[in-house]
Design a protein around this ligand. Structure first.
Ligand code: FAD
Length: 385
């Protein structure tokens, strides 16, 4: 029986979150000859809204995410104490539910295995409820977990979908509203207008620790809504997160070369060091996977990709070091306030993790919003390379 004891397949993906779900979809679309299984104990996609800028994803890769997009806006806004700005750039959201529906439609019945892996090896998975799934390749997509070998700050948040009587009046996403009280580091509110009456409100902190006091943050969301004059009649979906903002770390310790199991997603360290976001990389990896799946050394090739991506993140780790080590917590907002005065193309490349040499110089040039002495001290004390 499919998905039961001592089964065998071509590719076993462990973890049906963002990276695992997209990988399963890409393989089903481009390599229908392969027997692909997805091991996921919870609902595929989980309770998530994942958002991205149009410029995060190459045109040639958009086929993978287009069917999953549930919200689409043509521009977004930012608000800081010193200026506000509206940027013309498409912004989209996909949902966990959309990913789950697509995976269910793409994989044959029984190929999503609703179980937890208790042991993951390069060529087999042991399932919690008993049974062994053997595979030519196992791909570990179990998400970030904890990264004890990395030095990081945190981007932590609580988001709630609020229903507002008579409408909330917000037309575009507000990616950062930093006009709020600066508490616990750099604080901003992120707004996604899901429809005329429903708005997703996320209270976010670039903080030194990952602790979230849920009742307190919920109260702050309610206070923010009240300050906008919104009459909130219901609170829907709630999501919380604490994403590592990596400022130093050795890739070899994150994914030792002796570990021969293929990895993708946050598990492979494939996320933007400053934002913690992994969707752009998850899409790039998923669309590359059908061609890579034929190679016997899949794990090594995925590790090489992840290592190269880690190296490309060096500049963002350095910015993270400056944010967390050179700026006083209450002054951190000035770094983003200044960044958002820069050219739209530079901002787009920053989020896509594709800053050019000229972009990097531009970001670092001019009157710095942090103490130069502290910035130099922060960088010299860390292996941010
Ligand atoms: C609330 C929140 C909002 C975010 N929003 C965005 C966003 O808007 N845009 C963006 O780019 N990034 C966002 N991120 C950051 C990042 O992109 C996500 O964390 C993303 O989900 C990481 O993808 P992943 O597939 O590596 O891990 P996950 O999506 O976390 O998936 C891991 C999966 O593995 C499963 N799993 C764990 N252990 C086992 C096991 N033993 N056996 C089998 N399965 C297992 C889990 O159940 C889970 O489904 C967000 C993160 C959070 C927490």
């Amino acid at each position: 029986m499919v998905g039961q004891n001592n089964d065998r397949c071509d590719i076993a993906i462990v973890g049906g979150g963002l990276a695992g779900g997209l990988a399963a979809l890409a393989l089903a679309a481009k390599r229908p000859d392969l027997d692909v299984r997805l091991v996921e104990p919870g609902p595929v996609g989980g309770n998530h809204i994942w958002s991205f800028f149009d410029s995060d994803i190459a045109k040639s890769d958009r086929w993978l995410v287009a069917p999953l997009v549930r919200h689409h806006w043509l521009r977004y806004d930012v608000r800081f104490p010193a200026h506000t700005r509206s940027l013309r750039m498409g912004y989209k959201s996909i949902t966990g539910e959309a990913l789950a529906e697509a995976v269910e439609a793409a994989l044959p019945a029984g190929h999503v295995i609703a179980d937890k892996a208790k042991h993951v090896a390069p060529d087999h998975v042991l399932l919690s409820r008993g049974g062994r799934l053997s595979a030519k390749h196992v791909i570990d997509a179990r998400g970030a977990g904890r990264f004890p070998t990395l030095t990081s700050g945190w981007q932590k948040f609580v988001g709630q979908a609020l229903t507002v009587k008579g409408g909330h009046g917000i037309v575009h996403p507000v990616v950062m509203d930093a006009t709020v009280d600066q508490l616990d580091g750099y604080r901003f509110v992120y707004l996604l207008p899901l429809d005329d009456r429903t708005i997703f409100v996320e209270d976010t902190y670039y903080s030194d620790d990952s602790d979230l006091d849920l009742p307190v943050v919920r109260e702050r969301i309610a206070a923010y809504a009240a300050a906008q004059g919104w009459d909130v009649t219901a609170t829907g979906r709630e999501e919380t997160g604490a994403l590592a903002v990596v400022i130093a770390g050795d890739f070899e310790r994150l994914w030792p070369s002796s570990d021969r199991t293929a990895r993708i997603g946050a598990r492979a360290g494939a996320f933007h060091a400053m934002t913690g976001y992994s969707l752009p990389d998850a899409v790039r990896t998923a669309t590359a996977l059908p061609a890579l799946a034929a190679s016997a050394d899949l794990a090594e090739r995925l590790r090489d990709r992840a290592a190269a991506s880690w190296r490309r993140q060096r500049f963002y780790r350095m910015l993270g070091a400056m944010l967390f080590r050179a700026a006083n917590p209450g002054e951190r907002f000035r770094i983003f306030q200044r960044f958002y005065r820069l050219a739209p193309g530079l901002i787009a490349r920053f989020y896509a993790g594709r800053s050019t040499g000229a972009d990097k110089l531009r970001i670092l040039s001019g009157k710095p919003p942090v103490s130069v002495r502290r910035a130099i001290a922060a960088l010299s004390g860390l292996d941010w390379k």
